[in-house]
Design a protein around this ligand. Structure first.
Ligand SMILES: *[C@@H]1O[C@H](CO)[C@@H](O)[C@H](O)[C@H]1NC(C)=O
Ligand SMILES: *[C@@H]1O[C@H](CO)[C@@H](O)[C@H](O)[C@H]1NC(C)=O
Ligand SMILES: *[C@@H]1O[C@H](CO)[C@@H](O)[C@H](O)[C@H]1NC(C)=O
Length: 160
């Protein structure tokens, strides 16, 4: 089976452009919601490192995006393979203090319609030193979303 997406962490970083990470969110009339994220991972004495990330977006709780990250010490490169929502991106590496996630959602509410890019950053604290060898970790975090790019603005119908 072909994974829906496979990209190295460096490409993920590039795709989360600094302007979107640091720009002010655009005010709109809807609540962009949040992600429920859990991550578990570990490392081996051989140098392999990995983590599994599971993310549910609050408006589509039935869709769980699952990303597997793997660092191969022999090749000295890493791969990330995700299934679930293909627009989901994240910026996090084993041990990092904060996580940033992005997703494109479709919105149809008064005043705004179409694809909206949402993003959020949160501190990620996790339990470490788990597993028989003490090399595993796990944690969960809620990441609130803000709107980075909104869709097409539509005319508001005036109240009668
Ligand atoms: C990692 O290295 C292998 C071997 O050179 C290569 O086939 C693979 O595409 C590389 N992966 C990435 C994400 O660069
Ligand atoms: C995502 O939703 C599924 C199904 O409701 C649930 O089993 C899973 O625990 C949720 N994952 C997270 C990270 O909240
Ligand atoms: C996320 O949003 C909820 C609901 O608005 C709020 O209670 C919570 O404090 C927010 N969390 C952060 C880290 O801002």
């Amino acid at each position: 089976m072909r994974p829906t997406c496979s990209f190295p962490l460096s490409l993920l970083i590039a795709s989360l452009s600094p302007t979107s990470v640091f720009s002010q969110p655009t005010p709109v009339d809807f609540d962009p919601g949040f992600w429920s994220i859990s991550i578990n991972g570990g490392s081996a004495a051989s140098g392999w490192r990995w983590h599994d990330l599971y993310a549910n977006y609050s408006s589509t709780p039935d869709i769980t995006t699952h990303c597997k990250w793997l660092y191969d010490p022999a090749l000295r490169n890493d791969t990330t393979t995700c299934s679930g929502d293909p627009s989901f991106r994240y910026l996090w590496g084993n041990g990092q203090a904060s996580i940033t996630v992005q997703q494109t959602i479709n919105v149809a509410v008064a005043g705004i319609q179409g694809e909206v890019l949402i993003e959020g950053t949160a501190l990620f604290t996790y339990k470490a030193n788990l597993g028989a060898n003490g090399r595993q970790f796990e944690g969960a975090v809620r990441v609130n979303a803000t709107v980075v790019h909104k869709g097409v603005e539509t005319a508001r119908e005036s109240a009668e």
